[in-house]
Ligand binder design. Structure first.
Ligand code: UDP
Ligand code: MG
Length: 326
């Protein structure tokens, strides 16, 4: 059943965590964009913007309430807790899945160029189920962010994840792709890794990134580290194999050492061993701790997965869609 791919219903999903400074101007820009898209007959009249408040502690939710009261095309979802960017995007998409033909996810600070949306939609109309946004450059990022991001994508690819370098969570997903995504049950979410794994027809659109205009980044160092660890562990068991390989290597060196020690015992100076002993204690100790840490990451994640706790819990939902159905 191939639907007419012209003039589909678009839902723009916007995760917001303590974004009171950025939200007003972002909402304005998004409403304007949606208006243009509708007027030009690119998207249907039923298209919407969904703000997902990821348990903000500032006035973000009140702003969403005001926007919702003023605009028919705005919906709001509110988490009871801060569940992180990935969960906020997922919740927005899973909500939108029942109403839309496709979603586009974008950050609340609109650092990503909203004018790329038309290109996303063109690709969808040509038949892509998923359109990945890939950033043109990282010139607007600080040194640390640039370095950590580059390293992260290099590691991810080395570990075997089919991830686009410099891809962002700015992407289009069709209802079919969202349906496929809803079957992924994992609690430790890393969408940039899972979505290419769906395997439906996809394409790439390049976009520019601007510096954040209002507020500060909501991605703390610990949130970035968690995201990276989720990314790597959810995608491959290669690190565990690496640990195994290191163990074998250490064992081989150990055997070599036995021969060396026996030789030294009979023909050499046994009192001279202080430095080599100390070295091996530190090197081996370090390797053991590191290996335990890696295995611990997997065991810990396994533990969290088996508990099957809900990924998020909605505190409040504001939707003109539902009102109409009642
Ligand atoms: N965000 C979120 N939950 C969090 C952290 C961030 O929903 O726990 C949202 C945030 O409001 C923004 C997006 O994720 O819309 C990207 O965050 P940010 O712009 O702070 O990250 P950066 O651009 O610095 O990587
Ligand atoms: Mg940002």
């Amino acid at each position: 059943m191939e639907k007419n791919r012209k003039k589909g219903t678009l839902y723009i999903v916007v995760p917001c965590y303590n974004e009171e400074e950025a939200l007003c101007s972002s909402a304005e820009a998004l409403l304007e964009k949606l208006d243009i898209l509708r007027k030009n007959g690119i998207v249907s009249e039923k298209s919407r913007i969904v703000f997902v408040d990821d348990g903000s502690s500032d006035g973000t939710w009140e702003l969403i309430e005001q926007l919702y009261a003023k605009h028919q095309e705005i919906a709001g979802l509110r988490f009871a807790h801060n569940r992180g960017h990935q969960n906020a995007i997922l919740a927005g998409m899973m909500y939108a899945k029942d109403y839309c033909d496709y979603t586009i996810t974008i950050d609340a600070d609109l650092q990503q160029d909203i004018n790329a949306m038309e290109h996303f939609i063109e690709e969808y109309e040509k038949g892509s189920e998923i359109v990945f946004g890939v950033r043109n450059s990282r010139n607007t990022d600080g040194f640390f962010k640039k370095l950590s991001a580059t390293l992260f994508y290099k590691i991810m690819r080395f570990m075997g994840a089919k991830i686009y370098e410099n891809s962002a969570d700015y992407r289009l997903m069709s209802a079919k792709a969202l349906d496929a995504l809803s079957a992924y049950d994992e609690v430790n979410l890393f969408l940039r890794g899972i979505i290419p794994d769906i395997g439906l027809k996809s394409s790439v659109v390049y976009f520019d990134v601007f510096p954040r205009r209002q507020g500060a980044s909501k991605y703390s160092l610990s949130k970035m580290v968690t995201l990276a660890a989720d990314g790597i562990t959810s995608f491959s068991v290669k690190p565990i194999r690496l640990v195994f390989g290191m163990g074998i290597l250490a064992l081989l060196v150990g055997f070599g050492m036995i021969i060396h020690i026996i030789y030294e015992h009979y023909f050499g100076y046994t009192t001279d061993g202080w430095s080599s002993i100390l070295m091996s204690i530190w090197v081996l100790g370090g390797a053991i701790l590191l290996s335990l840490g890696i295995i611990g990451e997997y065991v810990g994640r396994n533990y969290l997965e088996t508990k099957k706790r809900p990924r998020y819990y909605f505190w409040e939902t504001l939707s003109h869609d539902w009102k109409k159905e009642e």
